[in-house]
Design a binder for this molecule. Structure first.
Ligand code: SF4
Ligand code: SF4
Length: 430
């Protein structure tokens, strides 16, 4: 992130004029933008949003104007526009700093919204003990019969909680809690630190277990230090950049103290944030250097396994499958070929192309809660595309996508399964 205090913004974390002035208004990004595809409205596309950000910067539009607030919220921060932009506009930095400005300006919020923000960001994601406690309560609710009762009684609808409740992930039987684990591999070639994340450790523990097994099989020792924490992606998306910096410092220090050569992540959204820690500290030279050094060692699991090579699979995985690109893997990290190439090596796995594979599914962090109508439209678009493939398995690389796809497929009455790339890879070994 580059700082530039320009007219309509405050100095701290302002959208940089050097970025928005790079836009030549060619419009090549429009067909990649999910919200533009849905609305065909200029302001709901990247070019329109950049114009709005520039207009505030030049003092022609008020930061708090309804149109600006709406467009900064409606954008998914999926970075599809950034990946195709011939001028190299770093759009993600623009929308994230614009949201930080809105957050600093603190437009009037209800006490309930303020509490939800504090509870969600400051407690759940900053202190993972609270997250695990909340996950245990949710697991009890899901397993004890209370969920069935609440759904049948109509209570959730009456309280306006149906949407949130159905979007919640299925909590894992056992958690994958970072506690200083050390998994050794025979004839090891390197040590890697595994990022346990937040939601991943309570709702996708089986993905972590498969990741550890794939890494060991590929001759990597794995360490999981207890001191690590959330990557800060959700905080950045919510405009809480200072909170994201606090979280980033914890992960940088933990990695520096570990014996690991590389930092491995299996959630696309986290990977994208971890790889941008240097930019996060743009106005702090010491932390910027440590952030850049850290980010240089971060690898997505598919990226690493492809780079170092995996042993030949020993058994077939019989499935008709399709691969869904997670935005923050495809657009932010530009990783599209590696997962497909790894999956192509599994016998019995028939891979079918998914139309609009890289168009966002509408998950995008807390987008389901902040923009439920657009999230539902994009979810339906994705499910319609999935159903055209005739696949019985959809493979992805991000927990948010997995949750969104599972909820959408269930609502559509489809039995299509959703699995992470490493889970499918892991099944290919006896
Ligand atoms: S592709 Fe890039 S330069 Fe062209 S309109 Fe979009 S953001 Fe601007
Ligand atoms: S980040 Fe995604 S939703 Fe936002 S303008 Fe770019 S393509 Fe559109």
């Amino acid at each position: 992130m580059t700082s530039a205090g320009v007219r309509g913004y405050t100095e701290h974390d302002a959208p940089a004029d050097s970025i928005y002035n790079q836009c030549v208004r060619c419009g090549l990004c429009l067909p990649s933008c999910p919200t533009y595809l849905e609305t065909l409205t200029e302001t709901s596309g990247p070019r329109g949003r950049i114009s709005l950000i520039k207009a505030v910067g030049e003092g022609e539009l008020d930061l708090r104007s309804a149109g600006f607030v709406h467009q900064m919220s409606e954008c998914l921060d999926c970075r599809a526009c950034e990946a195709v932009c011939p001028s190299g506009v770093h759009y993600g930095q623009l929308v994230e700093t614009a949201r930080a400005q809105l957050q600093q300006a603190a437009p009037a919020r209800s006490p309930g919204a303020l509490m939800a923000r504090y509870f969600g960001l400051r407690l759940l994601f900053s202190r993972l003990g609270f997250l695990r406690f909340a996950a245990r309560l949710l697991r009890f609710y899901q397993r004890s019969g209370l969920q069935t009762l609440a759904r049948r009684s109509g209570l959730l609808g009456a309280l306006g909680l149906s949407k949130i409740e159905s979007a919640a992930p299925r909590i894992s039987e056992r958690f994958f809690i970072p506690a200083g684990q050390h998994y050794t591999a025979s004839a090891s070639r390197m040590s890697v630190m595994l990022h346990a994340g937040c939601i991943m450790q309570v709702a996708f523990s089986e993905v972590h277990e498969a990741t550890v097994e794939m890494l060991q099989r590929s001759r990597c020792n794995v360490v999981v230090p207890a001191a690590q924490g959330c990557c800060g992606a959700i905080a950045v998306h919510a405009g809480e950049i200072d909170l994201a910096r606090e979280l980033a410092k914890r992960n940088i220090e933990t990695f520096e103290k570990s014996s690991a050569d590389l930092y491995v992540v299996n959630a696309a959204g986290c990977g994208s944030a971890l790889k941008e820690y240097g930019e996060l500290f743009h106005d702090d030279p010491v932390w910027a250097r440590r952030g850049h050094d850290f980010s240089a060692e971060v690898r997505d699991i598919c990226e690493l396994l492809w780079e170092i090579g995996i042993p030949s699979p020993t058994r077939a995985v019989i499935a008709r499958a399709t691969y869904q690109d997670a935005c923050h893997l495809a657009h932010a990290q530009r990783i599209t070929a590696q997962p497909r190439a790894l999956l192509a090596g599994i016998s019995g796995l028939e891979l079918i192309d998914l139309p609009e594979s890289s168009v966002c599914c509408g998950s995008a962090g807390i987008y389901n809660l902040t923009e439920p109508a657009m999230a539902a439209r994009l979810q339906k678009r994705k499910i319609d595309n999935l159903l055209t493939t005739g696949a019985d398995l959809v493979i992805t690389a991000n927990p948010g996508c997995a949750m969104q796809l599972r909820a959408g497929l269930k609502a559509a009455g489809s039995s299509m399964r959703v699995e992470h790339v490493v889970e499918v890879l892991n099944q290919a070994y006896a």
